[in-house]
Ligand binder design. Structure first.
Ligand SMILES: Nc1ncnc2c1ncn2[C@@H]1O[C@H](COP(=O)(O)OP(=O)(O)OP(=O)(O)O)[C@@H](O)[C@H]1O
Ligand SMILES: [Mg+2]
Length: 265
């Protein structure tokens, strides 16, 4: 009887989770970047990931996107155990990532960037780009998600940092992504540009069926946008909470305690 109800609970948990990592460990030579990290990204939620420089946030994200492989620990997608072999493999499963350095081709047009490495070509033996289709689809998608640019013909280098970030996010979701991982999408951005990205992320969330994990620096912004927050310190998740049940003061107090402990050690 008890076994039955426990099994029932597990499956409803699995229905809720998009992505889960269990006891993830990652070493780079002598450095242990992740010391056994467990986290869950639920369906349809925005998860904020906070933590100091070097805490292991980007390393975690790179494992979740198949860029790095963990030394030990397990990943689950929709409750199914999976070994991510590469970024392409993760992508084929609906996991898309926007890295901090974006990897846009600055001299190419917006629409070419949106179809970089997944160009639309004419059928036939010669690989001939269907610019017309890509151009139309790019404009349509940007319109759909509310990103305003003067023209999709503009080279990316003529855009602001915020617009560029928006193009990178648009590209990531232009592939039926169900899981979107963002590494500091608001880094080095002014209030207006950050606002553009925040609005875009919230609109994506409202459209449903997309789960988003984002590494953030600003506590207040994180509590504004995210449904849940996790805090990473020295390769571990040391705190997690619904954003409704925490505050900037509480998060800062946890980090301050760590500083004090380090100083007195
Ligand atoms: N490719 C690598 N080779 C060797 N060490 C690495 C590599 N990537 C990360 N590390 C180390 O792993 C630790 C965690 O780095 P990571 O980039 O994950 O931190 P982070 O939390 O993203 O920091 P930041 O806020 O500065 O971006 C650091 O000590 C870093 O030097
Ligand atoms: Mg980082």
């Amino acid at each position: 009887m008890r076994e039955l109800s426990e099994a029932g609970q597990t499956s409803s948990q699995e229905q809720q989770e998009a992505l889960r990592g269990q006891d993830l460990v990652k070493r780079f030579g002598a450095v242990t970047a992740l010391e056994g990290v467990s986290l869950t990204l639920r369906r349809g939620e925005i998860l904020g990931i906070l933590g100091d420089n070097g805490a292991g946030k980007s390393t975690l994200m790179k494992i979740l996107t198949g860029y790095h492989q963990q030394n030990s620990g397990t990943l689950y997608i929709d409750g199914q155990q999976i070994l991510l072999r590469s970024v392409d493999h993760a992508r084929s499963l609906g996991i898309e990532c926007v890295y901090q350095d974006l990897a846009l081709a600055n001299s190419l047009s917006i629409y070419h960037n949106m179809f970089l490495n997944r160009e639309i070509v004419y059928p036939g033996p010669i690989r001939l780009l269907n610019n017309r289709a890509m151009r139309a689809r790019a404009a349509e998608l940007l319109e759909e998600i509310g990103v305003q640019v003067p023209s999709v013909d503009l080279p990316v280098e003529q855009l602001s940092g915020g617009q560029r970030q928006a193009i990178a996010v648009a590209r990531a979701i232009n592939s039926n992504a169900r899981i979107l991982l963002l590494d500091e999408p608001l880094a080095a951005m002014g209030a207006r540009e950050a606002g553009l990205i925040i609005d875009l992320i919230l609109r994506l969330k409202e459209k449903g069926n997309l789960s988003i994990a984002m590494i953030m620096h600003n506590y207040a912004q994180t509590l504004d946008i995210a449904d849940r927050v996790i805090l990473m310190q020295r390769g571990r998740v040391t705190y997690q909470q619904d954003t409704a049940n925490t505050s900037v003061t509480e998060l800062m107090e946890i980090v301050r305690r760590e500083y004090r402990a380090m100083r007195s050690a």
